[in-house]
Ligand binder design. Structure first.
Ligand SMILES: *[C@@H]1O[C@H](CO)[C@@H](O)[C@H](O)[C@H]1NC(C)=O
Ligand SMILES: *[C@@H]1O[C@H](CO)[C@@H](O)[C@H](O)[C@H]1NC(C)=O
Ligand SMILES: *[C@@H]1O[C@H](CO)[C@@H](O)[C@H](O)[C@H]1NC(C)=O
Ligand SMILES: *[C@@H]1O[C@H](CO)[C@@H](O)[C@H](O)[C@H]1NC(C)=O
Ligand SMILES: *[C@@H]1O[C@H](CO)[C@@H](O)[C@H](O)[C@H]1NC(C)=O
Ligand SMILES: *[C@@H]1O[C@H](CO)[C@@H](O)[C@H](O)[C@H]1NC(C)=O
Length: 434
């Protein structure tokens, strides 16, 4: 009886919270921006300006983590340390009966985890319930000898007396989750997968928000959902990000898996995904950036850089801003300022270097990011962010030795990841109509 009530309850919740469809080995889940009115993290009393500023700060913290843990680890970046490990949330269900899990969708980490009872130390969580391993009939703790435990490598903690594999995931800003490595049934709406490996977190602390249960790992590594569901989704997922600034709409972005993730059409361009360590991140090669007819080739100084020519930029949904090496950034900003006739002003928040008052976007040339084999045009409306009344700034930051293609530039592009064919595809799309 209790089980039936629980089941009914969680099914009702999942139906009302998560719109998902499944056909032909594919499924689609909402990807909700944390600042959208549909997000449980949405705070209507925070002004748009402050919301943007917070997103920019999170971006620095995120860039810090990515640069320190990626092939760019020799780069230098200073960041205020705070933020969530991503900008979008995904609703999934774990267990039997299924329990709602609201996770930060993270293309920059692999292991999915959620707060689990009993908590030795958990951050406050409201909204989605804690997972309770003893309440799920399909929960299995993993031994220290299990294949998934071995794959954890650096994230594996010494084996305890119970021979249950212990993981520790750190998030650069001091946030972490420690717990048991386990498997259980995962639900993406009606799409159900058995024995998916995840972390049952009993010690979780840091800058996680009380409305989220943990992380949904969408990286390229073996423990990521993408690789674990490979037999069904065959390495394919895609997303289409709507404008995060559009507060009035109740629309959400979508993330597709499997056959539904195919990015098709005459106007699709593709570039190779470059395999580098760690396999978590999605590296592609940026050959040049052009402003009108002016080609600016990718460059960066520093012979000690570990960055090879191939795979010189990470595509990440969880970083708001785009980061380019200082040398390329300088070329880009001087090309743009030459081309734009407008009133240059300082950024009131002292965050950006190139800002204009009442910028007429019609006077701004289109910037094209030329990835190997894939020219991606970025219209002015995506390059410049209105940070305060009338003040628009170039939403790109210079970096010392690393590059990230952030989510503001990814908006209104249908972006497909194919880990089997090792390619990334782009198609210009109005994601609100997608
Ligand atoms: C899941 O794993 C458990 C224990 O490892 C096993 O007994 C069970 O048969 C598996 N379930 C499925 C559906 O493969
Ligand atoms: C938990 O996180 C908070 C905020 O990030 C930090 O101040 C505190 O020291 C952390 N506690 C432990 C035990 O790590
Ligand atoms: C994923 O599936 C594809 C096609 O079924 C296969 O070619 C590939 O080797 C698989 N990848 C992994 C990591 O298992
Ligand atoms: C968004 O959804 C909320 C709750 O369902 C509703 O009250 C509101 O009117 C909707 N707004 C728009 C612009 O559709
Ligand atoms: C700019 O570079 C691209 C390749 O990166 C090349 O195809 C194109 O012809 C170049 N255009 C000019 C004007 O040099
Ligand atoms: C995208 O579609 C929405 C909804 O139809 C529309 O309001 C918006 O203007 C479109 N955006 C662009 C850039 O065409």
């Amino acid at each position: 009886m209790n089980t039936l009530i629980l089941l009914t309850l969680s099914l009702t919740i999942s139906v009302s919270l998560s719109k998902t469809s499944q056909k032909d080995g594919g499924f689609t889940v909402d990807l909700i921006h944390i600042d959208s009115p549909l997000s449980p993290l949405y705070n209507p009393s925070v002004s748009l300006t402050d919301r943007l500023r917070n997103a920019f700060h999170r971006s620095m913290s995120r860039a810090f983590r990515l640069s320190k843990t990626s092939a760019f680890r020799d780069s230098k970046i200073e960041a205020d340390i705070f933020g969530l490990p991503g900008e979008y949330i995904m609703k999934i269900q774990i267990g039997t009966p299924p329990v709602d899990v609201l996770g930060i969708a993270d293309t920059g980490s692999d292991l999915t985890w959620a707060q689990c009872q009993p908590c030795k130390k958990c951050y406050k969580q409201v909204g989605p319930p804690f997972l309770v391993p003893t309440s799920s009939s399909t929960y299995h703790a993993q031994s220290c000898q299990s294949e998934s435990c071995v794959v954890l490598s650096d994230s594996q903690l010494p084996c305890g007396s119970k021979n249950i594999c212990q993981y520790k995931m750190g998030y650069g800003d001091g946030s972490y989750s420690i717990g048991d490595l386990a498997t259980d049934t995962f639900w993406f709406g009606p799409a159900c997968f058995y024995n998916v490996t995840f972390g049952c977190g009993h010690v979780n602390n840091g800058s996680f928000n009380e409305h989220v249960s943990g992380i949904v790992g969408l990286g390229g590594g073996p423990l990521s959902i993408i690789n674990q569901l490979n037999s069904t989704i065959r390495g394919k997922f895609s997303y289409c990000l709507i404008s995060v600034i559009d507060e009035a709409s109740n629309q959400t972005s979508k993330i597709h898996f499997g056959d539904l993730a195919n990015v098709l059409g005459d106007d699709v361009v593709s570039t190779p995904l470059v395999m580098k360590e760690p396999s978590t991140y999605y590296y592609v090669t940026l050959e040049s950036v052009s402003v009108g007819h002016n080609n600016l080739s990718y460059k960066q100084s520093g012979s000690k850089s570990t960055v090879q020519d191939r795979g010189n930029i990470i595509v990440d949904s969880g970083t708001t801003l785009t980061f380019l090496p200082r040398e390329l950034y300088n070329d880009l900003s001087s090309s743009l300022t030459k081309a734009i006739s407008g009133v240059a002003v300082g950024d009131p928040g002292r965050y950006f270097e190139i800002c204009y008052l009442d910028l007429n976007l019609d006077n701004v040339p289109t910037v094209t990011f030329r990835f190997t084999g894939a020219d991606v045009a970025v219209p002015p409306v995506k390059m410049f962010v209105e940070v305060e009344n009338g003040v628009s700034c170039l939403g790109i930051k210079p970096s010392d030795g690393f590059a990230i293609f952030g989510n503001l530039l990814q908006r209104d592009l249908f972006i497909g990841f194919d880990l089997v064919k090792q390619k990334l595809s782009f198609r210009p799309t109005n994601c609100s109509m997608h």
